[in-house]
Design a protein around this ligand. Structure first.
Ligand code: SF4
Length: 474
């Protein structure tokens, strides 16, 4: 792009989806080792913004030590005759895409959870100042969203200043989220879709409804509406809701059609309020994962920032790998924290009556939205660190899932009684393990082969852990 001639690295959509591994990074900004980090956009009066101004508070990239992590705040102020506060969230979410356009600069997640890396290669090519990154952002924002007439960027790496602004940013996010609460899915005839994350997960399409917030937690139904109106050809688009096919699972004819079209036929059906059957797909930047725990027939929730392993012994990164990639995985569900505040949250699966464990930090954030009689029945890391401890806790508190165990035990006993005795032949042939899957992706020789509704008989199944790039990174 000629408008980036003075930038020492390339800039373009082809770099979206580029991953920078730890060994290739020059520095890391934000990320899991930094408690406070944020990105924020605010709409200002015309006179309060100096177009193109870039400010750096704290050490610049060239002052940073190679291989280290630093806190970061990205604060963008915009002005324009047609801009209003409602658009702040939409403009803010574009920071993710535009940073990723820069060769050797990776941006993950959103809001209070940002995680960026600069590659050694790009640093050596001369990308050594936030000034340059600010210039790219300024030009991209203004050319892609002409509604923005003036824009100034402030990069903050001074930890004290970040701390100061962090709390304010959290309050602003909360105010935005609160706005969308109260409106019901049945009350609107349009939903919104977002495919911004298809560069990372090509078969992912977010369906944003008033009661099912986007997976990243950064785009509400109002934001979707605003985004689709200012940039109709952009990544956020309108979905005609269509016919309500299943009010409990959350199936809408218009959603099925739109998702099928936007995923090129890969996903044909979506049930919005369940983690089973045809759950909403998960890209990679969901705020939390709802994971099914078969031993207790309930759901655990773990958020991205949780430093320990979840109650089932798996870390967020491992659970996220089982969930991500634009797939529909039974029992593994990428969600936003705001969706946990919705009355439709996992509605078809029992909602909070089925949730058994979550980190204390998440519980604090959603406490007021959990039915009062269930708050103390849901365990945190302080109550249970293993499945056995969890079982004991749920029993002691008489969590509603315990009823399900009883019902299941009765069913199993009846089934046993009714079952005909099995005749064992003297020389029974060795049983071959059977693997059944709705879709089974196999990657070989540069092709992805998807076996639909496959049933595979094998003499032996060998499962070996493969250290994927994704596992290393997240
Ligand atoms: S998680 Fe969904 S809503 Fe958020 S940016 Fe990605 S595709 Fe869009």
């Amino acid at each position: 792009m000629s408008m980036f001639q003075d930038i020492p690295v390339d800039v373009g959509v082809i770099y979206e989806g580029e991953r920078i591994r730890k060994k290739d990074m020059y520095v890391e900004l934000g990320g899991p080792s930094m408690r406070e980090k944020f990105e924020l956009v605010r709409v200002r009066e015309m006179d309060d913004v100096e177009d193109g101004k870039i400010t750096i508070i704290g050490p610049d990239l060239k002052d940073m030590e190679e291989g280290k992590s630093y806190p970061l705040g990205i604060f963008i102020e915009v002005a324009g005759a047609k801009l209003d506060q409602e658009l702040e969230g939409v403009i803010e979410r574009r920071i993710h895409a535009y940073c990723n356009y820069i060769e050797g600069f990776m941006h993950l997640n959103q809001r209070y959870d940002i995680w960026l890396r600069l590659s050694k290669k790009s640093y050596q090519k001369g990308l050594n100042s936030f000034e340059l990154i600010g210039k790219v952002l300024h030009r991209l924002f203004k050319s892609e969203l002409p509604i923005i007439e003036k824009l100034q960027v402030t990069f903050i790496t001074d930890p004290e200043k970040i701390k100061e602004m962090y709390d304010e940013a959290l309050q602003i996010y909360e105010a935005r989220d609160a706005r969308a609460r109260g409106l019901k899915d049945e009350e609107v005839d349009k939903f919104y879709g977002c495919i911004l994350c298809q560069s990372f997960a090509p078969t992912h399409c977010c369906v944003i409804t008033p009661q099912r917030y986007s997976n990243c937690g950064a785009i509400s139904w109002f934001d979707g509406r605003a985004s689709a109106s200012i940039d109709p050809k952009g990544p956020v688009f309108e979905i005609e809701r269509g016919e309500l096919l299943d009010p409990v699972k959350g199936e809408f004819s218009g959603v099925n059609e739109a998702v099928k079209k936007r995923t090129l036929g890969e996903i044909t059906k979506v049930w919005l309020y369940t983690a089973f059957g045809y759950p909403h797909t998960s890209c990679g930047c969901f705020e939390a994962v709802a994971f099914y725990i078969p031993e207790v027939d309930g759901f655990g929730i773990v958020h991205r920032g949780y430093p320990d392993v979840a109650v089932n012994g798996l870390a967020f990164s491992t659970l996220a790998d089982s969930t991500a990639g634009g797939r529909q995985v039974d029992g593994f569900h990428g969600i936003s924290i705001e969706y946990m505040r919705s009355p439709k949250f996992l509605q078809a699966d029992g909602g909070y009556k089925r949730v058994v464990w979550m980190p204390k930090e998440v519980k604090e954030r959603v406490k007021n939205f959990i039915p009062a009689e269930l708050v103390d029945k849901i365990a945190t890391e302080e109550n249970a660190k293993t499945i056995d401890e969890l079982k004991a806790f749920l029993k002691e508190r008489n969590h509603p899932v315990v009823e399900r165990w009883k019902a299941e035990a009765v069913e199993a006993a009846v089934a046993l009684e009714e079952a005909a005795p099995i005749e064992v032949k003297e020389e029974a042939p060795e049983m071959a393990p059977t693997l059944t899957a709705a879709t089974l992706p196999i990657t070989a020789g540069g092709f992805k082969i998807i076996l639909k509704d496959a049933k595979i008989y094998a003499k032996k199944v060998i499962i070996r852990p493969v250290k994927s790039e994704k596992t290393e990174k997240r």
